[in-house]
Write a protein that binds this ligand. Structure first.
Ligand code: SF4
Ligand code: SF4
Length: 638
């Protein structure tokens, strides 16, 4: 029996939709804002007889999900925007070969880069790869549209892309769940037909000419279905002064803006759930309504450009229109949108005076906010092994004195680009790019470059994309050092398992793949250290830098301070001996609080000395090694 309305996070609604569609296999790689989708399905695996995995990277996760589809089981793959780039190599082939049982790729963009180092836009992959693109406009649609995406996939015989964004994935709203069917279907891959028989033959994107034509026919079939899709809606007067075309979470921003401005009688809203390819008849019917059109979307003007192309093609029927959006600056060209931004755009276009709130309110809020909140820089957590690692690497590079540098990578250790991480990362791009770039820098000695180069990577990133870069460095004899910051988990996204862990996404025991053994098998020299042992780590790093004749690996292994094994466990009692700490008088320049900067260390204004903040301190004991006065003391807890 169908349940009553429940509050669900967007990612939970997507999971519910997939379960209602009878999904049997799900795979992905963690990345905010997408991670909860696979996690929720993993949690539901035992109850609904699913196979769910955190794959080594996004391309492999797509391959795993595709295998299930070809064997007749509905499958889902989830990733963040960067992941689509990683998966795109296989995605291009899959789009050409087609799928069998329904298969959905949920890709979650991060407008405003709230948890990313870019605000990449993944909708353009749908256009580039000629795959249908869906975008839910609220939480109920996130559930309903996910379910429908599987049906669409089977109706056209190809993968369907479903895009979410951070504010949909991570915000919550009312959803009426439906029923989840009992698990059914047996996996079987039928491969005895001809290459042209999509249902029974071998699967490939070749013969390309024929398959590409077929792919485009599938897309045409999707457009026909989009023309009458209930996910495309119009609300407003028959002949509005302005037509807003929007999609995704921007739909809610537009609704709120119109309500606040009282413009519902003057402005029409065409909310599109099927954003690629655009259904032309539906678009024509709506464009005919008025002369001025505002397109509201995040991140790139994807919808705007596609609507303009469609409008140009139907100009004979609908005449010329005036378009507003990102291209003319009515909507910001980058960053996340919100109702205030949409209000500003609408108020400007329709010349409606609007003041979001009294100026006095803004002034008072500006004055009170600093008093109500504690000033805190974005920094590593108390007891974080990365702070200790970068402290030692900083000292080693300084001792080496050849202006060496570190190429960064993606993980919580990316914070080492900031002052709180001692500004240690000098490059920061994609997963695995630190090692790849270090491999390249290492080759530049022949052109006179004499700076030693290091790369850092986390353990999860090591498996995801560093292994090929390390192979390259070893094989090309590139003198670089890779430092693997092994905190034994995919910490940044919520401790999802990776190939180094002993249990899989569903909690079942699996054989861990040892990083050290992998590196040695590739021919790299390997040293392993505990980063909390600052002296040993510094020594190892100095040795690494001294002999850069070949590619070497230093594994700095220590559990993440927030890992389930360490959380709440304090190995040391730590305190500052107030007699030994001379504070500003001792010439240490507040090394502990100002330079080392663990949030567990506080500066006491009255005494002008350091102290440990018992509530925040994780008791790692590392700061006891950095005070030149020996004023920070530690004793092992029983
Ligand atoms: S604890 Fe040590 S490093 Fe910190 S202020 Fe006192 S003497 Fe300086
Ligand atoms: S022991 Fe020192 S370094 Fe470790 S968490 Fe506490 S204050 Fe920070």
């Amino acid at each position: 029996m169908a349940e009553q309305r429940r509050t669900m996070m967007g990612n939970q609604a997507i999971t519910q939709g997939a379960l209602e569609a009878g999904v049997r296999v799900a795979a992905g790689y963690p990345g905010t804002p997408s991670s909860e989708i696979i996690q929720n399905l993993a949690d539901a695996a035992a109850e609904h007889d699913l196979y769910v995995e955190w794959s080594i990277n996004e391309k492999v996760s797509l391959e795993v999900a595709a295998a299930a589809s070809l064997a007749g089981l509905r499958s889902l793959c989830a990733m963040k925007q960067n992941g689509v780039n990683v998966a795109s190599d296989f995605l291009l082939h899959l789009a050409g070969s087609g799928v069998r049982a329904g298969m959905v790729l949920v890709h979650c963009d991060d407008p405003g880069a709230l948890s990313s180092v870019n605000e990449g836009e993944s909708r353009h992959f749908a256009r580039m790869l000629e795959l249908p693109q869906l975008e839910p406009g609220d939480f109920q649609e996130a559930k309903d549209m996910t379910k429908w995406a599987f049906e669409l996939s089977e109706a056209i015989g190809n993968l369907v892309m479903l895009r979410s964004v951070t504010r949909l994935s991570h915000a919550s709203g009312g959803v009426v769940p439906g029923t989840i069917p009992a698990p059914q279907g047996r996996a079987r891959f039928d491969h005895h037909g001809t290459l042209l028989d999509q249902g029974h033959g071998p699967v490939s994107s070749s013969p390309v000419g024929l398959k590409h034509r077929r792919q485009q026919e599938k897309l045409k079939k999707a457009v026909e279905l989009f023309e009458t899709s209930p996910f495309n809606t119009y609300a407003g007067p028959e002949a509005p002064e302005l037509l807003v075309i929007t999609s995704s979470i921007c739909n809610l921003y537009v609704k709120e803006a119109l309500a606040l401005l009282g413009l519902a009688e003057r402005v029409g809203v065409l909310k599109l759930g099927t954003t690629w390819p655009l259904p032309p008849k539906l678009l024509q019917r709506n464009l005919e309504r008025c002369e001025r059109v505002l397109i509201v979307e995040e991140v790139i003007p994807f919808l705007e450009e596609n609507v303009k192309i469609a409008a140009a093609e139907m100009a004979g029927e609908i005449g010329a229109k005036r378009f507003h959006g990102k291209r003319d600056g009515t909507i910001p060209a980058s960053g996340e949108l919100n109702p205030d931004i949409v209000i500003k755009a609408l108020a400007g276009l329709l010349e409606v005076p609007y003041q979001a709130r009294p100026a006095a309110y803004d002034r008072l809020a500006g004055e009170l906010a600093p008093q109500a909140t504690q000033e805190r820089e974005l920094a590593f957590c108390p007891g974080c092994p990365h702070r200790a690692s970068f402290w030692s690497l900083k000292e080693a590079l300084a001792l080496d004195a050849r202006d060496g540098f570190i190429c960064g990578d993606i993980g919580c250790y990316s914070l080492a680009m900031r002052p709180t991480g001692y500004g240690m990362l000098k490059t920061l791009h994609a997963m695995g790019s630190g090692a790849g770039m270090a491999s390249g820098f290492g080759q530049l000695g022949r052109f006179g470059m004499d700076q030693p180069v290091m790369a850092v990577s986390g353990d999860s990133t090591f498996y995801h994309a560093v292994i090929p870069a390390l192979i390259n460095a070893v094989h090309q004899k590139s003198p670089m050092s890779l430092v693997v910051l092994d905190n034994s988990g995919t910490a940044m996204t919520g401790f999802q398992p990776h190939p180094g862990t002993q249990a899989n996404a569903m909690g079942q025991p699996v054989p861990p793949v040892d990083i050290e053994a992998v590196c040695r098998s590739l021919g790299a020299e390997v040293t392993v250290c505990d980063p909390f042992d600052l002296e040993a780590t510094r020594r190892a790093a100095v040795e690494l830098l001294a002999d850069q004749s070949t590619a070497k690996v230093l594994i700095l292994r220590q559990l993440c301070a927030l890992s389930p094994q360490r959380k709440g466990y304090k190995p040391y009692d730590v305190w500052v001996d107030q007699d030994k700490c001379l504070g500003d008088q001792c010439g240490c320049n507040r090394l502990c609080t100002r330079v080392f900067g663990c949030p567990g260390l506080a500066w006491e204004k009255e005494s002008g000395k350091a102290r440990i903040d018992e509530v925040i301190c994780a008791g790692c004991g590392v700061c006891a090694s950095i005070c030149p006065q020996g004023a920070i003391l530690k004793s092992e807890r029983a």
